[in-house]
Ligand binder design. Structure first.
Ligand SMILES: Cc1cc2nc3c(=O)[nH]c(=O)nc-3n(C[C@H](O)[C@H](O)[C@H](O)COP(=O)(O)OP(=O)(O)OC[C@H]3O[C@@H](n4cnc5c(N)ncnc54)[C@H](O)[C@@H]3O)c2cc1C
Length: 497
């Protein structure tokens, strides 16, 4: 087996891994960065739009009042006290400085109002990447800097095992040819992004796995979580899915913005679950995490139901409803459009989606019930009650606002858009202490190891919260914490010896 030597191995080059690498690079500590893919980056590079922080210099300049007390108490309460208080505290306290650090990394962000209508009145905590394409290009420059300083960045090379005996001896990696490499090292930081790419782990935890539209990092297969568990780390936690938005398919996903089928997905129309019942105030569409949680709660799939008259209206008229994705695509300072339509191509888009299976068309409710396997009695009752709510402009059950009760479902043909809960990853894994060291059930750390980013338990009780940017903010900060702690620990060991 080929053999290499270094001080620290970082597994994964996404948000938490690149952040850890930057700290070691600045402190001139030798390291090897492993990346399973042929490119660096992970979900942090290809996906995320921003990070959460408190007390950043930008927030101070804007005199933002929301600080540590509000965030710490707010998140603890939001998660019903199922949080790791020490970890949450450290994350929050370092989150502000992380914003300045990201600028040094070449990944600048600007504090601004959230991109979601439901969060327009939230405190100013969301820091959005200044330029998405620029972020991706600058991310790619970091490994070059690391290499120029004498470190190694091994792409298409995955960590697969550890040589660990009362302390870390080596990380065992494997390249794309199946060649094993032994990397003798003092410390390892697992920044490999959770487990949404491991079908078996997913199926074990989420009964609706087959319905989920997985937009997350598919190369994240739970390596760090599994290896830490094998060594005795405590991995007990509720499963926490990073559910975010809904869409009919990868072809018509919320980010593609190519089909008006997706536009109608992004509006508060009538939604029915797989039992033929309404299940939520469809206005939840304006909060991505809650929207997806509602879908996850009905086994990951629901149907948006419209009739022909509704399609015809969208074809020719401007409708006073906002497309929930609209704000994501506005450059900083641009006013978002708050209406939809006219959509001249709507019929063609729907006909195409019928061919590809994302939309089901039926002349009668009986036919619709048969085609999508919805109990007919429930379907008829739900539509009748909803039509009454639209007529009265009053939704007694789910309390949808009157100005969104615009379209009843009257005469055929009827259309059902098949909607799936979209996910951006997973957010549970290993219990850690405030230094991001994995801990056993008795709280003792597994020395020389660090677990960061999406691999970590302790910030979320059961789902992604209404604190936008928290996952990515935590990933950057936790990678930074782990690198600092690894260096501190190596320095202490040197003094002892
Ligand atoms: C489309 C999308 C949009 C998002 N938007 C936001 C947002 O706006 N705000 C927000 O807070 N969060 C957002 N997120 C989530 C955020 O990107 C993640 O929480 C964050 O990237 C997690 O960082 P990480 O380092 O844990 O994982 P990642 O950034 O995914 O990095 C993990 C890396 O590890 C590599 N890897 C996996 N296994 C191994 C192995 N065994 N050996 C070597 N390498 C390995 C992977 O290939 C990957 O490069 C978004 C996610 C997606 C998918």
């Amino acid at each position: 087996m080929k053999s290499l030597n270094t001080d620290v191995v970082i597994v994964g080059s996404g948000s938490s891994g690149i952040s850890a690498g930057f700290e070691l690079y600045q402190q001139k500590v030798p390291f090897i960065l492993l990346e399973r893919g042929d490119k660096v980056g992970g979900a942090g590079k290809f996906g995320s739009h921003g990070v959460f922080a408190i007390n950043s210099q930008q927030q101070k300049d804007k005199k933002v009042k929301y600080g540590y007390q509000e965030a710490f108490e707010g998140m603890t309460d939001y998660n019903h006290y199922f949080v790791n208080g020490e970890l949450l505290s450290r994350f929050l306290k370092e989150s502000g400085e992380n914003i300045e650090r990201m600028e040094q990394m070449g990944l600048p962000v600007t504090v601004e109002q959230s991109e979601q209508k439901a969060h327009l009145n939230d405190p100013l905590v969301y820091h959005k990447f200044n330029n998405f394409t620029g972020k991706m290009a600058n991310w790619d420059k970091l490994p070059k800097k690391f290499e120029a300083a004498g470190n190694m960045v091994l792409r298409q090379t995955a960590a697969v095992n550890l040589d660990y005996n009362d302390g870390l001896k080596a990380v065992i990696a494997e390249d794309s040819n199946g060649q094993k490499i032994r990397i003798n090292t003092k410390k390892a930081i697992f920044a490999d992004g959770g487990y949404c790419g491991d079908q078996e782990m997913m199926a074990e935890k989420y009964t609706d796995t087959d319905e989920l539209l997985n937009l997350g990092e598919h190369k994240a297969d739970g390596t760090g979580i599994k290896l830490a568990k094998k060594l005795g780390a405590n991995t007990q936690h509720n499963p926490v899915l990073f559910a975010h938005g809904c869409a009919p398919s990868f072809q018509i996903n919320p980010m593609a913005r190519q089909s008006s089928v997706e536009t109608l997905t992004n509006l508060p129309l009538l939604w029915l679950d797989q039992t033929g019942n309404r299940f939520v105030n469809e206005d939840v569409v304006y909060d991505f995490a809650m929207w997806a949680n509602a879908a996850h709660n009905v086994q990951g799939r629901y149907y948006a139901i419209v009739d022909q008259e509704t399609l015809n209206t969208f074809k020719t008229k401007e409708i006073n409803l906002e497309d929930t994705i609209e704000r994501q695509f506005c450059e900083v300072g641009v006013e978002p459009r708050t209406t939809v339509g006219p959509i001249p191509d709507i019929q063609a888009d729907f006909d195409k989606a019928i061919q590809s299976g994302e939309v089901v068309k039926a002349e009668t409710l009986e036919e619709l019930s048969e085609k999508i396997n919805l109990p007919l009695a429930a379907l008829k009752r739900s539509i009748k009650v909803y039509n009454q709510a639209v007529k009265n402009k009053k939704d007694d059950t789910f309390l949808k606002p009157a100005d969104e009760l615009l379209f009843g479902v009257k005469d055929g043909p009827y259309y059902a858009i098949i909607e799936h809960c979209a996910i951006l990853g997973t957010l549970d894994g290993v219990n850690v202490n405030r230094n991001c060291e994995p801990v056993k059930r008795d709280g003792s750390p597994l020395k020389d190891l660090y677990i960061v980013g999406n691999n970590v338990n302790g910030l979320y009780s059961d789902g992604y919260p209404s604190y936008e940017g928290i996952a990515n903010g935590f990933a950057f900060v936790s990678g930074w914490i782990a690198a600092k702690e690894a260096v501190k620990s190596m320095n202490n060991e040197e003094v002892k010896n």
